[in-house]
Design a protein around this ligand. Sequence first.
Ligand code: LHQ
Length: 264
Amino acid sequence: MDFSTILLQIADGVAIITLNRPDVLNAFNGDMRRELTSAFSAIETDDAARAVVLAANGRGFCAGQDLRERLGAYEGGQAPVLGETLRQEYNPLILAMRRLPKPIVGAINGVAAGAGCSLALACDLRIASDQASFLQAFMRIGLVPDSGSSFFLPRLIGMARAAEMMFLAEPMPAARALELGLVNQVVPPDQLDSAAHALALKLAQLPTKAIAQAKRQLNLALSSPLEAVLEEEANGQAMASQTHDHQEGVKAFLEKRPPTFLGR
Ligand code: LHQ
């Protein structure tokens, strides 16, 4: 697949997507929104990809909406109505990430601002460089949190801290994000790629169907009552118990050797 704003490579069970508009800290233009969604949909159907790293080139992770994209409209004295852009482009991207039956590791190298912060929050796990920061930039330009930030942020760090980030729009440094559980790990910048890749490699070797189902259960747990989650767990276990990977896991345990999971 040919992309102009991102890079995609798949090897050793791991798909690496790299945001590639470094001059504008990987701000989202229309091409990047569409290409990113296409990349996730290509990964969904490719058995060679069992885990994903979402990384970025340059010194920023993603600065959110490219504020130059609609300059024409502002200069003409008419601000664009942004609801449709969200419905048609950002929301499908966030849903594609959450519905992807494969784990996504965000490798957060620098600032993740606005919809770029939302993008980081939509990953399953986040490893951050100690230079990274998270910024709910929306309020700075008179907008409201979007692209899933209002869903993920309070669930990750609690209502009061989410309100603080959203209202004050001050950057949260990686070290604080680690304290609050917003990221899983913080590493020096030169170790970010290898740490994210090592984690994804580990995920790629786990029982693929069980990982996909665990992600479904986590998604459901975010917004469903206990009864529904218990039922989903029972359905999921009915499926997982019939996989080769489950048989292999038990066999390997009994034979005191590491398992080889084949993803079926
Ligand atoms: C940028 C951007 C950018 C263009 C840096 N656009 N060029 C909104 C609308 C539509 C529908 C859906 O939802 C949304 C959601 C949103 O995402 S709203 C939030 C949009 N993002 C922002 O408001 C963040 C704007 N950027 C910043 O505040 C700063 O750039 C941050 C704090 C991210 C980084 O600051 P610095 O490290 O000081 O970098 P810088 O400001 O010098 O930026 C470097 C270059 O990147 C610079 O270009 P230049 O040609 O001067 O070197 C910036 O203009 C460009 N850039 N963000 N969003």
